[in-house]
Design a binder for this molecule. Structure first.
Ligand SMILES: [Zn+2]
Ligand SMILES: [Zn+2]
Length: 356
């Protein structure tokens, strides 16, 4: 499984040994974290406290002790591998570390702007990093309903400026400024940044006793400068996937979906689109066969036409693509079509979690 090149038996043995350590490494860190949290239930988790106590003796077994010993030697053993075997083996071991990392998508809501259900905003977690994908008007309630806290967020991504996707930004900015005191990253295509501040500015540029505030005072702003550009998050790549959303004779409105990949973990979110354009996975790398595990598509089940692809149009996608397509941003009807019978993976449910 981990063989990319032909190594001698001895080299392969050393690599296998390190792969085992790499896997054990994650286990030890995770277990230490759980023990620390259990012993400090009354206090909020702090990285400093955890690091301090990480070396403390905890319930143990010969197997755990062996893992601990391995972890101690892990960094020096990795350096030895680079010296003795080469960069490729090092890359491979890091790859194993990455595979231990989990990517998770939590749908806080599945609805559009016209329903009383929560807006189609998601949490995307990659390893320890947590990003809010869109920040609609009701996001403080949908986060709470999912049992999640704004303190967990490291970043927010904004796809476009309909209020079911950005109407909660004022709340998030105030919350992170006054309550969590944690300036989070704001990712968006550069064409949206000035408009985001125009929307927030009348309410947010004046703060009692403060000099004139700007968007940079509330967020660590990361404009994405190219339409196919992206950003790194939790060690994975998140590339923009531009979608035509609203078409008029006086200019169009675009929305930016995301094509996410981190090693073999790959998924696509359309955001809001008139006709979904799923970017090819073959552009990701020429080295490996690649594919999305999940394709999340906005969907109009009422066949209103217009700014979202309607259900019947989505049915025309190829069978293989459809089998990965999860439909969201829909208005829940009493009589919903049977998406699975029609070849889709299904309709996403509020609160549903997808893991990669
Ligand atoms: Zn929307
Ligand atoms: Zn929209």
């Amino acid at each position: 499984m981990y063989k990319f090149y032909e190594y001698s038996d001895e080299e392969q043995k050393e690599i296998d040994r390190l792969v085992e350590i790499a896997e054990g490494h994650e286990t030890v860190v995770q277990r230490d974290k759980t023990v620390y949290e259990n012993n400090n239930k009354d206090k909020p988790f702090s990285m400093e406290g955890f690091m301090e106590r990480q070396g403390e003796p905890i319930a143990t077994s010969p197997e755990i002790e062996k893992q601990r010993e391995n972890v101690k030697n892990y960094e020096s053993a990795k350096i030895k591998v680079v010296d003795n075997i080469g960069d490729e083996a090092y890359r491979m071991i890091n790859e194993v570390n990455k595979r231990n990392k989990k990517m998770k998508i939590t749908f806080l809501g599945i609805s559009g702007a016209l329903s009383a259900k929560y807006n189609s905003n998601m949490l995307i977690e990659n390893g320890n990093d947590c990003m809010l994908f869109d920040c609609g008007e009701d996001v403080m309630h949908s986060l709470n309903a999912a049992g999640r806290k704004p303190e967990e967020l490291d970043a927010v991504f904004i796809s476009h400026l309909h209020f079911d996707h950005c109407g909660g930004l004022s709340w998030l900015a105030y919350y992170t400024y006054f309550i969590s005191k944690k300036k989070i990253k704001l990712y968006a295509h550069e064409s949206l940044i000035a408009d985001i501040w125009s929307m927030l500015r009348p309410a947010m540029e004046k703060l009692d006793g403060k000099p004139m505030m700007t968007l940079d005072d509330y967020f660590e702003v990361h404009p994405i400068r190219s339409e196919k550009g992206g950003f790194l998050f939790g060690g994975g790549s998140f590339d923009l996937a531009k979608q035509l959303h609203v078409e008029t004779s006086h200019g169009h409105m675009y929305s930016y979906g995301l094509r996410a990949f981190d090693g073999d973990k790959r998924f696509f979110i359309s955001s809001d689109s008139k006709e979904i354009r799923i970017p090819s996975t073959s552009e990701l790398t020429c080295r490996e066969e690649c594919d999305y595990k999940y394709v999340f598509c906005d969907c109009d089940v009422m066949n209103l036409g217009g700014v979202h692809p309607n259900y019947d149009t989505l049915k025309l996608f190829a069978k293989e693509t459809k089998s990965k397509m999860w439909l969201y941003h829909y208005h829940e009807l009493d009589d919903m079509p049977d998406a699975v019978a029609d070849g889709f993976a299904g309709f996403v449910r509020e609160g549903q979690i997808f893991e990669l």
